[in-house]
Design a protein around this ligand. Structure first.
Ligand SMILES: NC(=O)c1ccc[n+]([C@@H]2O[C@H](COP(=O)([O-])OP(=O)(O)OC[C@H]3O[C@@H](n4cnc5c(N)ncnc54)[C@H](O)[C@@H]3O)[C@@H](O)[C@H]2O)c1
Length: 448
């Protein structure tokens, strides 16, 4: 992989480590047997982190030994302290890593921009990682996550839990069984309102920082900015490019996941987008992104186009779907794979449906049972079974999603992607968006 991405110097492999302490800690991986218990740490215990932690903790073989949150209030850390009174408490994830001998595995459920900075040194210490989606904030970070998982031989799972849901597993099985023939095109969409608070530009002034919040730690690797109530922490960070990845980043790793699995997609050859011009600090709430992927054994033709739509109330044009009657209402979010024999609608999240209905009336379409996404990871970390959504799979999916967010920032340009070289070969501005600058002293340590 090329590590020199254009003129910016952020990819120097000699960059300062995330913390001196994390650097000096040593790799300590206990190889667990099926009868041993898994000691789990959780970073980001509020929001989605709450259900990540409680879902993993349902395993009778898991002990929750450490909790880390920059916000000690009830909703973020307090509930977990009550639920797991034996766990050690941290505000700073670097201090948690200093005590790496005390845990075997870590859940990372922070906002997107802190996934890789926390997960990379955690994997380096030999810890198994469950990391929320999207795997990282930039394409470069995402590739580093894949490389680290492999190099440190840790058990990984991305947190797009619907991957293991009966609905997605059934849809992917039907496609792979050839029920719709070979895929000719894919259309995927999220027509719902972004649920986060939107702003047209950065608000002025600063509010008092709540006594429970370590705002400096929350900002982590991002540039410093004043605290404003309800603008960033919690949940609303999604709107801001410094922290989140917008509607495509938020939903792409869910909605495109069954498409990736079903068609065995890897890296797109090109990506193009249209999106209205907006303030450069925030994400758009309206875009269309068109990917061209190379053919696979499950597709028809030399390439397969995959188009993503995320404008409020907008589903793909109906005339694209000759197999699907107008009377059938497309779900608010989901995808359609158009095949040579028929088309499948994969709602987000409900049972899939194959069209034309009359043609498939007597076809056997058995349901595939769901799996427990969380316990699958906890079990695999103890050497029992394997994860189905490891970073080797989730990495290319996240890279494709994040390439779409780059295309949104360069609307109207077809960006050519060379995945092996990690290069957007025809646009230096887009190439420079594969990574970003970090707050001084917080630069991640990259894999060589
Ligand atoms: N898989 C899903 O269905 C799903 C659903 C929602 C969110 N998510 C993902 O989960 C992640 C978190 O999203 P959210 O909506 O819960 O955000 P949130 O802001 O509501 O919660 C994040 C939590 O992490 C804590 N936190 C922030 N920075 C931290 C740090 N450096 N160290 C320790 N704790 C820190 C916050 O205090 C908060 O408790 C995102 O990556 C998001 O994309 C996934």
């Amino acid at each position: 992989m090329r590590t020199n991405l254009g003129r910016r110097d952020f990819l120097k492999t000699s960059a300062v480590a995330v913390s001196a302490t994390a650097m000096s800690a040593f790799h300590y991986q206990r190889v667990l047997g099926a009868n041993e218990r898994l000691r789990v740490a959780s970073v980001g215990t509020g929001g989605k982190g709450r259900s990540d932690l409680t879902s993993v903790a349902k395993s009778s073989a898991v002990d929750v030994v450490a909790l880390c949150n920059v916000d000690s209030s009830e909703q973020h850390l307090g509930w977990a302290v009550e639920a797991y009174p034996q766990a050690k408490i941290f505000a700073d994830w670097r201090a948690l890593l200093d005590e790496s001998k005390s845990f075997d595995a870590c859940i990372v459920s922070t906002p997107d921009f802190m996934h890789a900075p926390i997960a990379l040194p955690t994997m380096e210490l030999g810890k198994h990682v469950y990391c929320q989606k999207p795997l990282a904030h930039t394409v470069y970070e995402t590739r580093q996550m894949q490389l680290a998982a492999k190099r440190y031989n840790v058990v990984t799972q991305m947190g797009n839990q619907i991957h293991s849901h009966e609905a997605y597993r059934t849809a992917t099985a039907w496609v792979q069984q050839g029920k719709i023939g070979k895929a000719k095109a894919v259309h995927a969409w999220q027509s719902g309102n972004p649920k986060w608070r939107v702003a047209s530009e950065r608000p002025v002034g600063a509010d008092a920082i709540p006594s429970t919040l370590r705002w400096d730690l929350w900002q982590g690797v991002a540039g410093e900015r004043p605290f404003k109530v309800g603008i960033y922490h919690s949940f609303n960070w999604r709107h801001w490019r410094d922290y989140g990845t917008g509607q495509l980043g938020d939903f792409g790793c869910h909605i495109l996941d069954p498409v990736f699995t079903a068609l065995k997609l890897t890296s797109p050859k090109s990506v193009w987008a249209i999106a209205p011009a907006i303030h450069p600090e925030v994400w758009t709430d309206s875009s269309t992104v068109r990917y061209v992927f190379p053919k696979t054994e499950l597709t028809d033709g030399d390439t397969i186009p995959v188009t993503w739509y995320d404008s409020v109330g907008v589903r793909p044009p109906r005339d694209l779907f000759s197999d699907i009657p107008e009377s059938y209402q497309l779900p608010a979010a989901g995808s359609v794979i158009i095949g040579t024999e028929g088309s499948i609608v994969i709602p987000h999240v409900a049972a899939p449906k194959i069209f034309p209905e009359e043609k498939y009336a007597s076809t056997e379409l058995p349901t595939v049972p769901g799996l427990d996404h969380y316990i699958q990871w906890a079990d695999a970390a103890r050497g029992v079974g394997k994860t189905t959504d490891d970073f080797n799979y989730a990495g290319p999916l996240t890279e494709a999603v994040l390439l779409g967010t780059i295309a949104i920032r360069q609307p109207g340009e077809t960006l050519k992607w060379d995945a092996e070289k990690l290069e957007i070969t025809n646009s230096e501005p887009a190439q420079n968006m594969l990574n970003k600058n970090y707050r001084a002293g917080w630069e991640p340590k990259w894999m060589a």
